[in-house]
Write a protein that binds this ligand. Structure first.
Ligand code: R2B
Ligand code: URA
Length: 291
């Protein structure tokens, strides 16, 4: 990462308000030697992934292992297993960017320059079978522009949002050939919300679009090989491009938006779908650590 170029006003012993952590030698010690930062929306999913990491990589019994949250009194929860962090990012680009600034300061001051960021999550598939897993190539804004618009001091700048091609290829190469679901690489839209931002009809506010205009939008989406809606990819890709941190998103699809707006799968099926993005990431991390 080349984040040192960006860190003008941050120094050792700064207090990171959002994660309630001071960049002191003592606090940083627990973060030394991290290579992979795995992010998921909720603290529960971050903890669940930490348990799976401990089981898969260290052979620990998942039910007995209680991962310890490294961030006290913070909205973000963080767990460490070996050289991997499992951390929650909340929902949406604002939350994701806030986490990215904070955790990247920690990584930098802990001396971890050679790192990869993976967002492991859920999404709404567009024209793909529910339960397929998507690796993002490029993140799009809802206006179908590939990039992320940041408005600072009244000026708009659009930053590039390509994910790491090399990382995506490594993840694909690490998968067994007998998976019983599809893993596809394609593009993603990071929407501003779950409802109108993702062209739904089941929110509380009346949409300004109708069935026909939405059909046209979905058809444009398909032409751009956009395979899913979610809410953080543009933030992750634009941040990591600027900081030169290899990053990508592995997201399972909970439904096919060509068929419905509502997530109607049973809790059991949703758990199976949700596990899939975890297992794709675990296969990759296991392959990396056995090199
Ligand atoms: C996927 O799922 C969440 C919305 O339910 C959001 O964080 C995302 O990107
Ligand atoms: N997450 C989203 O952002 N959209 C969906 O449709 C499902 C999960």
């Amino acid at each position: 990462m080349i984040i040192n170029e960006l860190l003008k006003d941050c120094s050792l012993n700064s207090y990171l308000y959002n994660i309630n952590l001071t960049l002191s030698e003592q606090q940083l010690e627990q973060f030394h030697g991290i290579t992979y930062v795995c992010m998921q929306g909720s603290p529960e999913r971050a903890k669940d992934f930490a348990r799976k990491l401990a089981h898969t990589l260290l052979g620990l019994n998942m039910t007995n292992f209680e991962p310890k949250n490294m961030l006290k009194d913070s909205a973000f929860h963080c767990y460490r297993v070996g050289n991997i962090l499992s951390i929650s990012h909340g929902m949406g680009t604002a939350s994701m960017l806030t986490l990215l600034h904070n955790i990247s300061k920690v990584m930098y001051f802990a001396g971890n320059y050679d790192i990869e960021y993976l967002r492991i999550g859920t999404s709404g598939g567009i024209g793909v079978e529910a339960g397929s897993v998507i690796l993002t190539d490029t993140a799009y804004m809802p206006n179908l522009v590939p990039g992320y618009k940041v408005s600072a001091l009244g000026r708009d700048i659009i930053y590039p949002t390509g994910m790491s091609v090399a990382l995506n290829n490594k993840i694909l190469a690490a998968q067994p050939t007998n998976l019983d679901f599809k893993v596809l690489s394609g593009n993603s839209i990071a929407a501003d919300d779950f409802y109108l931002g993702q062209a739904r009809f089941d929110g509380v506010l009346k949409p300004r679009y109708d069935v026909e205009t939405r059909r046209q939008y979905f058809s444009q989406i398909r032409q751009l090989n956009i395979l899913n809606f979610e809410m953080e990819s543009t933030a992750l890709a634009s941040f990591c491009n600027r900081a030169q941190i290899p990053a990508t998103m592995i997201a399972t699809t909970l439904l096919n938006r060509m068929e419905s707006d509502q997530v109607t799968a049973t809790p059991e099926t949703l758990a199976i779908y949700s596990n899939r993005s975890h297992s794709i990431a675990l296969n990759y991390l296991q392959a990396e650590l056995s090199k």
